[in-house]
Design a protein around this ligand. Sequence first.
Ligand code: TLP
Length: 343
Amino acid sequence: MRNVDLRSDTVTKPTAAMRQAISTAQVGDDVFGEDPTVNRLEEMAAERLGKPAALFVASGTMANIVCQLTHCNRGDEAILGDQSHIFFYEQGGSAALGGIHPRTVPNQIDGKLSLDDIEAAVRPDNIHFPRTRLIILENTHNRCHGSPLDPDYMHAVGEIARRYNLKLHVDGARLFNAAVALGIEPQRLAADADSVSICLSKGLGAPAGSIVCGTREFIAQARRARKVLGGGMRQAGILAAAGVVALTEMTERLADDHANATKLAEGLANIRGVSVNAKLVRTNIVYFEIEGGDMTPPLLEQRLKNEGVLLSPTGPSQMRAVTNYHVTSDDIEYVLNSFSKVL
Ligand code: TLP
């Protein structure tokens, strides 16, 4: 029986080239700034994102909290989407650890926040109000069909941030997916951001790690935030070595994941009992609804598991499938056949 794991792109295992790079990595104490492989990865990432400096951190969640702690003081307010990963899936860490007040505005279906909503959420100076400090965008947007946000939109939000003297953070866990889908260099999507995070351990396949990019001053402060969170990782070059391979060898092939996701969505659209809008699928994430009958996401999850197909329930009638480099076009056909069989 096949094993097709579509629960997330986080399930990807390191490639042979990564394991090779790990085994020969030069390392040192990164808290002293002496790990040559971490330093190299940070330089590479900063260059790819068009920022002066970068910081290697343990995870996407750590990247986001490090950036928020660096931009905001306790009691400051951050404007972010009501479907954003930071608001939805990070335990309210910004409030719990940073005393940062989240001000949500609705995410549109394509992951954007309306410019009017953002502007209306900026607080005037008033003794009753928290101080608005930060705007946060997510690109691609996980819970909004993996939609890529385009550079014109990023720029328009950047203009609002500059007009009101706010900072802009971009949760770019899948920024390379966005760049590949839009056919542009990733730095165009980072140009308006004061900080941008990217994940190495999702579609890019590294075993762990994310990177934060920004100005030298910002990264110096972010390094302090990382340390207080317990993220000073010493001989982290062992992990960074895989990250170097991720950035050099694994970005362009994301187009294959996107093609497979489209194939999956188009195939699912023809299966009775499933509803999906294949036009919304532009990267590697497919959300679909289960319609009618007695079928529920946990039941379908179990039946597909019996066929060797893994995916995640994400709501009362919603499920998510995420393509990744272990999943071939042939696997997608197998998955579609499995759906037809069990539904
Ligand atoms: N997303 C995971 C789950 O947490 C939902 C997934 O399977 O998609 N930003 C975005 C946009 C993310 O999608 C994720 C992980 C993170 C941040 C956090 O990254 P990690 O898991 O490395 O802390």
